[in-house]
Design a protein around this ligand. Sequence first.
Ligand SMILES: CC(C)(COP(=O)(O)OP(=O)(O)OC[C@H]1O[C@@H](n2cnc3c(N)ncnc32)[C@H](O)[C@@H]1OP(=O)(O)O)[C@@H](O)C(=O)NCCC(=O)NCCS
Length: 214
Amino acid sequence: MSEPLVIIGAGGFGRETADVVEAINRSEPEPRWILLGVADDSPSDQNLEQLAAREIAYLGTTEELIARPDRPRYVVGIGFPQARRALAVGLDEAGFRAATLVHPEASIGSQCTVGQGTVVLAGARLTTNIRLGRHVHLNPNVTVGHDTVLEDFVSMNPASSVSGDCVVQSAAIIGVAAVVLNRLTVGAGALVGGNACVTKDVPAGATVKGVPAR
Ligand SMILES: CC(C)(COP(=O)(O)OP(=O)(O)OC[C@H]1O[C@@H](n2cnc3c(N)ncnc32)[C@H](O)[C@@H]1OP(=O)(O)O)[C@@H](O)C(=O)NCCC(=O)NCCS
């Protein structure tokens, strides 16, 4: 059954999320989602032109979305975890329900769970016994090892890798091409820089970079 869907965020990740929706629809006998359009509180002119070029409707601000009588499913396509959390909380309170979107060219192994609102882009590889929280973003070509937990609102940027038996706490960001070695914890809201190698636990709220990451 097709369901109406709205993406929040006209920026890069929002438009990448629209690609996931289109790929899911192409992969199924009948379209899974009817993409009504994109809401954004302050879209740039360039982003609006990019949506128009794809014939994706701009639906106005989130306030305007909430004022509508209907309640399509939603997904927040905004990379910054704190902004994502604020929008998701507001939409949940207004009676919307988040959709979960996994690109057909991503692979998710056995005994994995994926929370509502999570978006997985093409090429992501998840092995076994992995738990993804709500509104997690997995960018292209990330890998997540066995028995790892990514809590709510975590972002893994492109080609980053979290090894087995790790915990990445809520709203942490793993930078592009960074590696987290096995059995480590990345604290809530921490930021791991691009190309870093994390060899020790990262405290909550810390920014670390380099090899080894400090
Ligand atoms: C680590 C990071 C958070 C630092 O940001 P910042 O505090 O604004 O850092 P600055 O750009 O002011 O740079 C400060 C210093 O750190 C260095 N630096 C910045 N990022 C670095 C990184 N990833 N690894 C190693 N050194 C880095 C800079 O060269 C600079 O060094 P200098 O003082 O010798 O000139 C950021 O650079 C980063 O890697 N973010 C992740 C980006 C990402 O994932 N992008 C993909 C989006 S999809």
